[in-house]
Design a protein around this ligand. Structure first.
Ligand code: DGL
Length: 253
């Protein structure tokens, strides 16, 4: 492993681009290889075993490419497979992502906080433990959002369909102080969410924290690179439209 090796960033599809843009900002001199598994998205409605298998298979392929770190830019894959990944690659820096509930609870003590994430993330033990830490200090609402990932993968993040889906979804919840975006696809629906919920509802995600943690870990291992940065994007669906959408999402945020 050396400083010039790649940082791999993985997600079930285009969602992890919302984390990649923070990584590029925080680590502008690094070389990134982004891999989206859109051929198998969505992960969030699959079984834990299936998501674990898909994640381990993607990590194995990425490890052949000469990587110094793997950022799992997917809350669902992190809850299903982070322990197995760390056991399989003990010498690799492996960073996961989890819903930014701590940030929300610290910022809005006693507040009403929604956590929007995939059904799998919300039912996993990792999230139950996170929720246990904060459910006495604030009112937490679990909000699964089936169908939203598919709209974002289809390039319709800011569309009337997305607005209709989210308007229907939030009819069932009280006015929130903050909404934690516990799936890396959801920041791309940020504009629609603010229209539906009101500009005063804070939208919080874990992208910046994940990027800063990646920098800390590389620094501690003496693996930070200097030079011109680079971003390569690959996708299992092998579709020019998805690659174009990935580039567009990276540039627009
Ligand atoms: N982007 C993923 C996450 O952060 C999941 C999307 C999916 O269901 O595939 O949870």
């Amino acid at each position: 492993m050396n400083k010039n090796d790649l940082i791999a960033v993985f997600d079930s599809g285009v969602g992890g681009i919302s984390v990649l843009r923070h990584l590029v900002r925080v680590l502008p001199e690094e070389r990134f290889l982004y891999f989206g598994d859109s051929a198998n998205a969505p992960y969030g409605t699959k079984s834990k075993e299936t998501v674990k298998e898909l994640t381990l298979a993607a990590a194995e392929n990425l490890c052949f490419r000469g990587i110094k770190a793997l950022v799992v830019a997917c809350n669902t894959a992190t809850s299903a497979a982070i322990n197995d990944l760390r056991a399989a690659y003990p010498d690799l820096i492996v960073i996961g992502i989890e819903p930014a509930l701590k940030l929300a609870a610290d910022t809005f003590p006693g507040g009403k906080i929604g956590v929007m994430a995939t059904p799998m993330t919300l039912r996993e033990e990792k999230f139950a433990k996170l929720m246990d830490r904060f459910d006495e200090s604030c009112d937490i609402f679990k909000i699964p959002a089936p169908g939203l990932v598919e709209l974002i993968e289809g390039g319709r993040a800011d569309s009337p369909e997305t607005e209709a889906l989210l308007s229907r979804l939030f009819e069932n919840y009280p006015k929130l102080d903050a909404l934690v975006l516990g799936c890396t696809h959801y920041p791309f629906a940020g504009k629609v969410l603010s229209r539906v919920l009101g500009e005063d509802v804070a939208l919080l995600d874990g992208g910046d924290g994940t990027a800063r943690e990646t920098k800390r870990r590389l620094e501690a291992a003496g693996l930070l690179r200097t030079g011109e940065g680079q971003v390569m994007i690959e996708n299992s669906a092998n579709s020019p439209e998805l690659l174009a959408l990935s580039m567009q999402l990276l540039e627009e945020m």
